[in-house]
Every structure is written in structure tokens, then in C-alpha cells.
Design a protein around this ligand. Structure first.
Ligand code: HEM
Ligand code: HEM
Length: 177
């Protein structure tokens, strides 16, 4: 594991920016999800949840752009690991994409089931009766998937940091803006 990456073996700028924009969006969305209910009930809390939904839709747009970019134009680099480690790393990347997709779909269903009103300006088109038990269950799936995403992302980040600082192979340079 002592190889290091030449500058040419970096992801293209679009891939790099899409990666870090995704990281920031997920961190902020998860942070809001965990703390919004600490805000006193009223317009402030509604505003915080509205911000969550707007950023959530933005995350959906970024995900679609990212998948399209990676599939068509993004630079494909030689594996950073070999053998079984490569398979695990690659699998982790697909699991991350999959979990982001699941969290977003559950979030949109969540917002849609309650006909969520965004900043008092626009209501997400409502489907279903909006009954409290179903709403709670959709919300729980959304939160469960979000927590799973954070766990896998943390393992992925630790692996990247391990490559860079323990194996000293400069892996982070591949994703450096
Ligand atoms: C990767 C993106 C996302 C993450 C990490 C995330 C995370 C969370 C978390 C942790 C909660 C709190 C769950 C609870 O305690 O009950 C939550 C709630 C919620 N999220 Fe998301 N979310 C994301 C995307 C979205 C999207 C795309 C939408 C809709 C467009 C959305 C809509 C909602 C709604 C409506 C709630 C419940 C609000 C309430 O209780 O009033 N989320 N989200
Ligand atoms: C929510 C958090 C994160 C998500 C969802 C995520 C997702 C991904 C995905 C899907 C890839 C595969 C390449 C691609 O298709 O763009 C990737 C690569 C990479 N990520 Fe992350 N990532 C996250 C956080 C981080 C953090 C915090 C770090 C640094 C500490 C990091 C460092 C890297 C590096 C260095 C690569 C390139 C690995 C390689 O070349 O094999 N990521 N990430």
C-alpha cells in the first residue's frame, strides 16, 4: 500500500465538486433532521424544516447530476486498492449512492404524504390521507435510512483517511478541489 498517486490520477473538477457538495448537503440535512425539533414550536421551527425540504430537493438534483456525470463524463481512475479491498471500496461507493437515493425518495414521500408547506409559499402535492400513524412510519424509514447513510459515510471517510495518513498513499489528493 505504499504507492502514491500522480496529479494526473485525480478526479476531474466536476466529480470533485459534486462529491464535496454532496458531503456538505448530507451533513447539513442530517444535522437539521436531528436538531430541528429542539427549536421552539412556531414559525422558526417551520422555517428550519422548510430549509430541510428545500435542501433535500437540491440534494436530489445534485444526486441525479452526479450519477449522470459519473456515468457519462467523469474520469475513471485506476483502483486505489487491490483484491478484496477494492471490491469492498467499490461496493461501499454503490451502497452510498443507493442510500442517498433511498433517503431522498423517503424524504420526498414524507413531505408529500403530509402535503408539506415550504415557507408558506408552496405545498408539496399531497397524496394519501396524511394520517398520523402512516406519517410516523414513513418518517421512521426516512430517519433509519439517513442514519445508515451517515454510518456508511463515516466508515468510508475513515478508510479514506487511513489510506492517506496511515498508508501514506496520498489518496485524498484524488478528491482534492
Ligand atoms: C440525504 C438527504 C437527507 C437526509 C440526511 C435527511 C435526514 C432527515 C432526518 C435525520 C430527519 C429527522 C427524522 C426524525 O427525527 O423524525 C428528517 C426529517 C424529515 N425530512 Fe429529511 N433528510 C434528507 C432528505 C430529505 C428530502 C429530499 C426531503 C423532501 C424533499 C426530506 C423531508 C423531510 C421531512 C418532511 C422530515 C420530517 C419533518 C417533520 O418532522 O416535520 N428530507 N430528515
Ligand atoms: C456523506 C459523505 C460522503 C459520501 C456520500 C461519499 C461518497 C463517495 C462516493 C460515492 C465515492 C466514489 C467516487 C464517485 O463516484 O464520486 C467517493 C470517493 C471518495 N471519497 Fe467520499 N463520500 C463522503 C465523504 C467523504 C469524506 C468525509 C472523505 C474524506 C475524509 C471522502 C473521501 C473520498 C475519497 C478520497 C474518494 C476517492 C476514493 C478513490 O479514488 O477510490 N469522502 N465518495
Amino acid at each position: 500500500m505504499s504507492q502514491s498517486f500522480r496529479p494526473a490520477e485525480r478526479y476531474d473538477a466536476t466529480t470533485v465538486w459534486l462529491h464535496w457538495i454532496t458531503v456538505i448537503l448530507i451533513a447539513v440535512l442530517w444535522g437539521i433532521g436531528q436538531t430541528a425539533d429542539l427549536v421552539p414550536r412556531g414559525p422558526l421551527r417551520t422555517g428550519v424544516w422548510s430549509t430541510h425540504v428545500v435542501l433535500g430537493f437540491l440534494a436530489a438534483f445534485v444526486l441525479v447530476t452526479r450519477v449522470a456525470w459519473r456515468a457519462k463524463f467523469g474520469r475513471v481512475l485506476p483502483p486505489a486498492d487491490s483484491g478484496r479491498l477494492y471490491v469492498i471500496a467499490k461496493l461501499a461507493h454503490y451502497v452510498l449512492y443507493g442510500l442517498i437515493g433511498i433517503v431522498i425518495i423517503a424524504g420526498v414521500i414524507d413531505a408529500s404524504y403530509r402535503g408539506f408547506n415550504v415557507f408558506g409559499l408552496w405545498s408539496v402535492p399531497q397524496f394519501g390521507s396524511g394520517d398520523a400513524a402512516t406519517r410516523r412510519s414513513i418518517n421512521e424509514w426516512h430517519e433509519l435510512a439517513a442514519n445508515a447513510l451517515i454510518v456508511v459515510a463515516a466508515i468510508h471517510a475513515l478508510a479514506a483517511l487511513g489510506h492517506h495518513y496511515l498508508w501514506r498513499d496520498h489518496l485524498l489528493d484524488r478528491m482534492r478541489p
